[in-house]
Design a protein around this ligand. Structure first.
Ligand SMILES: [Mg+2]
Length: 245
């Protein structure tokens, strides 16, 4: 049986939207998008269930996936540092990059061989590091420094304290008349814990971090995209598949 944190034995009736992480949730372990997950997002669209992407990746990458999926909802990118709205292509920055850059410079001064991700050339609100330096060493070097440090499994994010996917989602959902309590939320990383904890129905995966699994109402049997489909079904948001699927 799937493990549950026991917060709720079954999903609440009337979930209205889906919030999903991207890397490790819509992709496989090598970050390849999985057609199974994409087809499920199309089905949610056909059922008029809004789907929001909440990713640690930069906006250009998120926007490419979003457009390919035909989504029109807000996007939470940069781990909550940026909020994009399609109407007018508005981008709101929710974290001060100067805070993250100060932390990054401190790591360099302490001679940690940290490397920013290639995609940081498009990152506007935070700093994302390659995972070759363990997060424990980064935490230790930044002890006492006013910075939030979060691992996604694919990167280590330095972001202004108080920022994150959950506060950005609260802003993203407000114009839709929704909160995270109205949403089925799926995620696999430590950076997903806060949004999972506030979700109406929270789904994580066997491959998810220990903290993400602990924050979930439902941990799927399958990993990655198959787990995504299972997680969506666990929330009762999709009609049973037709025989052709
Ligand atoms: Mg992830």
């Amino acid at each position: 049986m799937p493990r549950s944190r026991g917060r709720a034995a079954r999903p609440p009736v009337g979930l209205k939207a889906v919030v999903t992480d991207v890397d490790g949730t819509l992709t496989d372990s090598r970050r390849r998008l999985d057609p199974t997950a994409l087809a499920t997002i199309h089905r949610l669209g056909e059922s008029r269930v809004p789907v929001l992407l909440a990713t640690g990746n930069v906006l250009p990458v998120a926007l490419g996936i979003y457009r390919s999926l035909g989504l029109t909802t807000p996007i939470v990118a940069e781990n909550g540092g940026l909020l994009y709205r399609r109407a007018g292509d508005r981008v709101r920055r929710l974290a001060d990059p100067a805070v993250a850059l100060r932390a990054f410079r401190r790591l360099r001064r302490r001679k940690l061989p940290v490397r920013r991700l290639f995609t940081d050339r498009w990152r506007e609100s935070e700093v994302a590091l390659d995972t070759h330096v363990p997060i424990s060493r980064i935490r230790s070097a930044l002890r006492g420094f006013p910075i939030q440090i979060e691992g996604t499994g694919f990167a280590i994010h330095l972001i202004e304290p108080g920022a994150g996917k959950a506060p950005a989602l609260a802003l993203a959902l407000r114009p839709l008349g929704l909160t995270l309590a109205d949403c089925l939320v799926l995620g696999d990383g430590d950076n997903d814990v806060e949004m999972l904890s506030a979700a109406g129905w929270a789904v994580s995966f066997p491959s998810g971090s220990r903290a993400a699994r602990a924050a979930a109402d439902y941990v799927t049997r399958a990993d990655f995209a198959q787990g995504f489909v299972e997680g969506i079904k666990s929330g009762g948001l999709l009609p049973p598949p037709s025989r052709s699927r």
